[in-house]
Every structure is written in C-alpha cells, then in structure tokens.
Design a protein around this ligand. Structure first.
Ligand code: PHE
Length: 356
C-alpha cells in the first residue's frame, strides 16, 4: 500500500465518522415512534450498522492509524448511545404529553358487562334442591369420607363376601381393605354406629365405580336418605317418595315401586316416576324413547332397612324399623334438564354450563 493510498483510506474513514456524527441526532429526532427510533439506532450501532461497518473495515487503514480510528469509533459509539437515550426520553415525554392533553376518561360511564356471571353447576343445583326437600321433612345432613373401609361399604350392609360389587373389576380398591365408596349407603352404617335411634339423615356424596359409558361415569354423586324410628312402615317410605317427586318434578307426578334387590333392605324396590319428557297437559304420558314407551322413568333404589343391618350396628330390630333410599344425582339432573349424556356434566364446557 502506498502512503497516499493509506492516507486516502484514513480520510475516507474519517469522512464516514464525520457524516455519522453530524447526522445521528437529526435522524433520531425525526423518528416519530419508539420502533422507528430503535430502527434508526440499529442502522448505526447494530450488527450491520454503519459504525460497525467502519470497525470491520479497519483493516484497510494503515496499521499506525488503526488505534486512533478505533478510539474515534468508540467515542462516537458512546455519543450515539447517549443521543439515542436522550431521543428516547424526549419521545416518551412527548407521548405522555399527548396523553395528558387528550380528553379525560369519563369515569361516570357504565362498566362493560362482565363476560359471564358464574352460577351453580347443575349437579350442585339438584343436590341443594334435594337436600332442601328432605331438610324440610326433618332430615339432617350426615357426612362421611370418600375412602371407606370395606366393612362400612359392604359387609355391615349384608353384602356376602363374594358379591360382584366387592370385585376388583367393579370397585376401586386402595389398601388395607379400603376402597373408594361405591355408594352413600355407608352413611347408614356410620350414623347407626354413632347415634341411637330415632334418627333421620340425608347424606349427599361422591361415589365411585368401574363404569364408563353414555349414562355411567366412574365418579358420580348420590344422595342417601334414611329414617329409623319405632313402627316405621313402607307407607312412610311411599309418603316421603311422593312428596319428593312432587317437589322436584311438579305436582301430581306419579310414583310407583317395583320390587328389587339390595342386600341391605327387605323388601327392596326401585322407584319410577311418571316420565317427565312425554307428560301430556291432562297428566297422562304419551310414551317416548326416553321412557322406552312405558311412561315411567326409574329414579332411585329404596327399601326397608334389613334387620341384619340393625343387628350389625347394635340396634334392636324388634323395637326399631326404618327405610332407606339412594339416588344418583347425575340421573336426577339429566331427567330434570333433559341432558342426553352424563359426560356433559363432567366436562365443564362453559357453553354447556351457561344453559342453566
Ligand atoms: N345404594 C344403592 C345403590 O347404590 C341404592 C339404595 C340405597 C338402595 C338405599 C336401597 C336403599 O344403588
């Protein structure tokens, strides 16, 4: 490299530094948004920026002037950095001023209506309604755990050890003879062990079975109701059921009992109410697919408490008698609101829930 060539290169770099120094402030001030300002800053200081280009072209300058040029570039880098921060401060102050001078918010305007107000889940609503009916008849709430010992869930209730419900296939067993309770009937045992008759209790709770299809969920909800006193008969049970059906499904809702078997009641029955879907204005039922054209829909199981259950709990079956009933809340809710699949009750899709 001749001395005049290297002098040219040095002059060229000096010229470039001069141009940047003279131009950066007006360029920053011309930026009207923060983004534009940052872009302008990047054009000078960024990886492909003008100042960075000078540094990478330093090799063209004669070795003896490289140090001086590097110092100039670094000094300018700092100047530009300060200029950028100053311009940024000014830009923000201007934006704030515009905001302050704009017409003020009208604090008296009505608030936007919230996206949607929450409400009770259909299962909760049905549970509260059923509990209210029984409370008004003098029943008190009795609570118990979801994880229960086999004794309270099965054997004290008279289930034989080989009953299918006690099978691994049907129930969720944990450890040491414990399982997730398969029904709320365990509360009958707990209440009778804890208290002396007379008693009238209602027990809402979560129950678990190895079942999973359109009408069964492995976790679901039941309500148990039972009453123990002297001289309680099936007529008392029927009276309570009639009251329950009228209060939940409307006046005049008919009830019928069909003999059925549960180990802890004798006699036992399944209870049907007049179909809520095909009820006619005159009170008759036209028959529909939901009641399989019978006009009746099954809602719960019930019966007179078995003497063996009384004996197991230390209660004299000669003196005391009682009835018990148990219903699945999902079923009650599905009948009440015409819900076609039990899954809808567990998915918590807001579009579904908002309909109630
Ligand atoms: N526990 C029974 C069930 O889960 C229902 C029931 C309760 C039947 C009380 C009779 C008496 O199916």
């Amino acid at each position: 490299m001749t001395s005049s060539a290297s002098a040219d290169a040095t002059a060229e770099i000096d010229g470039a530094i001069q141009r940047i120094r003279a131009g950066y402030l007006p360029r920053f001030r011309a930026a009207s948004t923060e983004q534009a300002l940052r872009d302008e800053n990047a054009k000078i200081l960024g990886k492909k920026g003008e100042l960075t280009a000078i540094l990478s072209g330093l090799g063209k300058a004669p070795p003896e002037s490289r140090k001086a040029i590097g110092e100039k570039v670094n000094a300018l880098r700092q100047e530009v950095e300060v200029g950028f921060q100053t311009a940024l401060g000014e830009l923000r102050a201007r934006a704030r001023q515009v905001e302050l001078e704009a017409p003020p918010f009208d604090l008296t305007l009505p608030a936007r209506v919230p996206a949607g107000r929450g409400h009770r889940h259909p299962i909760t609503a049905v549970r509260e309604d059923v509990v209210a009916v029984f409370r008004s008849l003098g029943f008190a709430v009795f609570d118990g755990p979801d994880i229960e010992h086999e004794e309270n869930n099965f054997s004290m209730l008279g289930f034989p050890p080989d009953h299918p419900a006690t099978d691994m296939q049907d129930s969720f067993w944990t450890k040491g003879g414990h399982l997730l309770r398969t029904h709320t009937s365990n509360i009958q045992v707990r209440a009778m062990l804890a208290q002396k008759p007379p008693m009238a209790f209602i027990a809402p709770g979560t129950v678990y079975r190895r079942d999973d299809d359109a009408t069964h969920s492995p976790m679901f909800h039941q309500i148990e109701a039972f009453l123990v006193d002297e001289k309680v008969t099936l007529a008392h049970l029927k009276g309570v059921l009639a009251e329950f059906a009228e209060r939940l499904y409307g006046p005049g809702t008919p009830v019928r009992l069909r003999p059925s078997y549960f180990p802890f009641v004798e006699p036992g029955a399944e209870v049907d109410i007049g179909c809520v879907f095909c009820k006619q204005p005159d009170g008759t039922r036209a028959g529909c697919s939901l009641c399989k054209h019978t006009g009746w829909i099954e809602v719960l199981g019930c019966g007179m408490i078995h003497p063996v259950v009384f004996e197991n709990c230390g209660i004299d079956p000669e003196k005391w008698s009682g009835f018990a009933l148990g219903m699945g809340l999902e079923r009650i809710a599905m009948l009440r609101y015409g819900i076609p699949s039990i899954k809808l009750l567990f998915e918590n899709d807001p579009r579904f829930l908002a309909q109630f």
